[in-house]
Design a protein around this ligand. Structure first.
Ligand code: KIV
Length: 293
């Protein structure tokens, strides 16, 4: 299948075809997403929480993200590959931000990087774009600044704040973003932003009027949390639709494995290498001779 290009995203918007995006952080997951026909794979810094067990995204490092992006690159062939620039990689200066973005392109072969925020980040984003690296914007609930936003809460719920988001989206389009993620905002706000822009919008918790949707791998597949002793699950945000509940299946498979090992049912002959009978006899005879010496 032919690899998608970033201009295909704009074509999809123009043709009113919805864009699909999912996070993935390793080669097999990216391969699954690709095989399912996803348009874009996001190596999100949500990996800080989904993979590394932090309670927020700020802890993941640039080197962590590069490792994950390189792995996902090996699994993705048709889908676009976009990587999040983690907290700390865009805060220092335009020069450092560009150098870090270059690493994503050269070391992980990503098609674009995603940068959270607008306002003071616009100059940074512009510098990366000027260096020839496509940028996906991200406004609304931007997890790297969740502390300043009062926690993981929907944004743009007053007219004034909704206007601000629309202005931020317009500014990101002006600076040249190839797409903009709209996270956790009321549907009418995301709808107005989407119709005001030629740049595709990708929603997460932003309703059905965006040009596309993105979900986090672990939320979508029900891998979000280890079931507790009462069979309960870690809380998932309101906007998540879970398409599978793989967590309990994983626990069940592991329980079966443990029981098989403990009872000697695994490994059986089917999973065991043999050797020619005469070689085995020679080996054992040699050992017996050694013991007699
Ligand atoms: O890190 C991530 O997974 C994201 C998505 C929630 C858009 O930024």
């Amino acid at each position: 299948m032919m690899k998608l290009s970033l201009t295909d995203l704009i074509a999809l918007k123009q043709q009113h075809q919805r864009i699909t995006m999912v996070t993935a952080y390793d080669a097999p997951s990216a391969r699954f997403a690709d095989a399912a026909g996803i348009d874009a794979i996001l190596v999100g810094d949500s990996a800080a929480m989904t993979l590394f067990g932090y309670d927020q995204t700020k802890g993941i490092t640039l080197d962590d993200m590069l490792l994950l992006a390189r792995a996902a690159r090996r699994g993705a062939s048709r889908a676009l590959l976009i990587a999040d620039m983690p907290f700390g990689s865009v805060q220092v200066s335009d020069e450092v931000t560009v150098a870090n973005a270059v690493r994503f392109v050269k070391e992980a072969g990503v098609d674009a990087v995603k940068v959270e925020g607008a306002g003071p980040m616009l100059r940074r984003i512009g510098a990366v774009i000027d260096a020839g690296i496509p940028v996906v914007g991200h406004i609304g609930l931007t997890p790297q600044s969740a502390d300043q936003l009062g926690g993981y809460k929907p944004q743009g719920r007053t007219a004034a704040k909704a206007h601000r988001l629309l202005e931020d989206a317009r500014a990101l389009e002006r600076v040249g973003c190839v797409a903009i993620v709209l996270e956790a905002m009321p549907e009418p706000v995301a709808a107005q932003i989407t119709s005001a822009l030629t740049t595709p919008t990708i929603g997460i918790g932003a309703g059905a009027k965006c040009d596309g949707q993105v979900l986090v791998w672990h939320d979508l597949l029900g891998l979000g949390g280890v079931p507790d002793s009462a069979g309960g699950h870690a809380r998932v945000p309101k906007f998540v639709k879970q398409y599978a509940d793989l967590g309990p299946q994983i626990v069940k498979a592991l329980e079966a494995y443990i029981a098989d090992v403990q009872t000697g049912r695994f490994p059986s002959a089917e999973h065991t290498y043999s050797m020619p009978e005469e070689e085995r006899e020679r080996f054992e005879a040699d050992l017996a001779a050694d013991r007699r010496r």
